[in-house]
Design a protein around this ligand. Sequence first.
Ligand code: HEC
Length: 137
Amino acid sequence: MRFLMLALITFAACGKGDEPPGPTTGVPGAPTESGPKPHGTPADEIARGIFGSKCVACHGFEGKGDGPAAESLQPRPRDYTDTKWQASVTDEDLKKTIVLGGKGVGKSPLMPGNPDLANKPEVVEGLIKIIRGFAKK
Ligand code: HEC
């Protein structure tokens, strides 16, 4: 019993964080959460991550609708480099399609919705920026 008490006390003391930081923390160049972000806002970073992991499969790295999973889709995702199409849709249209999915806006249900982004407008905006960025210059 006495041993157990000691062990508990030692454990609790460790959890308090009153030990000095080890020699490996604060190494220059080590990746940190709060380090300077070279591009855009944190929400833009998140959006880039989402696009790279979730959207590229269908929409393609260059937004041309030629991702590896797009081949079998009917209709296929459109070509985001098409400036005429870019001019024909509003950011609000894009936002709705991204959050509600194709089903929610009368488009193909193959375009999945992202209800988790409904309360993250800044991330949706980041995604819209990415889509707008594919337009041919
Ligand atoms: C499983 C394949 C698939 C994935 C994954 C996917 N999409 Fe789509 N997306 C589509 C298809 C297919 C359409 C075309 C729907 C149509 O035209 O009826 C589409 C359409 C869209 C549109 C509307 C474009 C227009 O025609 O007005 C937007 C915006 C869009 N996707 C954004 C995204 C974003 C952002 C992601 C990632 C979060 C994503 N999509 C993930 C298949 C996909």
